[in-house]
Design a protein around this ligand. Sequence first.
Ligand SMILES: Cc1cc2nc3c(=O)[nH]c(=O)nc-3n(C[C@H](O)[C@H](O)[C@H](O)COP(=O)(O)OP(=O)(O)OC[C@H]3O[C@@H](n4cnc5c(N)ncnc54)[C@H](O)[C@@H]3O)c2cc1C
Length: 403
Amino acid sequence: MKQHFDLIIIGGGASGLSAAVTAVSMGIRNIAVLERLSRTGKKILATGNGRCNLSHKNISASDYQGSYDVTEILAQFGDAENFFESLGVFCRTDEQGRIYPYSMSANAVLDALRLQCSEITEFCNERVITLFPHAGTWHIRTESGQEYLAESVIFSAGGTVQPKFGTDGSAWELLKKLNIPLQKGRAILCPLRSEQQILKSLKGLRVKGSVRLYEKNKLLKSETGEIQFTEQALSGICIFNLSSFITQDKACQISVNLFPELEISEIISRLYSCQAVRYEASCEDMLSGLMQKSLARVLLKQSGIHPGMPCSQLSDLQIRQFAGLCHDFRFPVSGTVREQAQASAGGVSGTALDKHLQVKTHPGLYITGEAVDVHAPCGGYQLHWAWASGCAAGKSIAERLLS
Ligand SMILES: Cc1cc2nc3c(=O)[nH]c(=O)nc-3n(C[C@H](O)[C@H](O)[C@H](O)COP(=O)(O)OP(=O)(O)OC[C@H]3O[C@@H](n4cnc5c(N)ncnc54)[C@H](O)[C@@H]3O)c2cc1C
């Protein structure tokens, strides 16, 4: 038998649950959430290393990229702190402006959303495989063979990465079949792979510095922070933020500056002063006041200098070249580490949606969260968009149903 609901939400993740909470708070009761996994909100629990970095202190529309203009939705939503306080969750902000639940536990966020959703019907292990409108009603079929009908549908099935959290991009096929224009999904907020052999020797090292992403000679983005080296990739939040700017992996290079606060001439003068103080020492020991030994060893070898060579033998040219390497240490990018991506870019094109996130060609169908062509850097911006877009869609549908 087909079950009929006022509103069906496809995907019980961050944006789907906030849509449900909003619609319930406005008096809509006949709501169902269809979730592919064994329970809703599994990804929320993994966010922020289990602490859920749910928003950022200074969010503005200019933090977001993609083809949908987020200005109105963000303005309507306001502060994530107020939203969560209205659900009984207090928040705290760290020195970098990242906002977390006060308990620093993602469970607090999921519990709050689920408690408010107690009046709605949740169907888990229900993967939606068909979605189409017929005679003013939406028809939905799931993999288990169940059929559902709804007046309105919110598509909150997420992006194209992290299959273990139910999001592998297969749900986007439902939208493609409705001829809704989509920008191709690509992994973002992830480490960047490099074939640079030297990475094997840098494995495990963490350094503070700045990173610049170049496509051929064009600077695409620069960031500052901790850079982590693994055997085949560069990682760390600053690298994650570069990953969003990559369109053609192969043509890109990362330039690491190990002394971002110094001009190259200042690095040279520091090297001379180290040489003067440790005149009798090896090159490796001469550098230990400037950088970690393992890093010094790698950079020296890369410059063609034996780490054990007495530093008194360093020529002016070698010192200048070494300083140049510290300032611009290059890594060709061979791709993104998709398995570790926190999000995907791409999704339903902005031109296909109205200001409430309703699909213009399909009244009653709304798109939220990562399924919209909107993305942002690390630091709570992705989840902020998920809550804001979910609330906007939930509110618009509730107003329609109540009018
Ligand atoms: C490890 C990790 C850490 C992160 N940390 C942060 C962080 O600290 N701060 C931040 O801002 N962002 C973070 N993010 C990103 C953030 O979690 C996502 O951007 C956000 O959850 C997207 O919300 P959404 O509602 O669009 O989709 P999701 O939360 O991904 O939810 C989509 C849901 O739809 C379900 N689904 C998919 N297909 C179907 C189908 N066919 N039928 C039924 N159900 C379906 C999925 O199972 C899933 O439950 C992190 C992501 C990851 C992976």
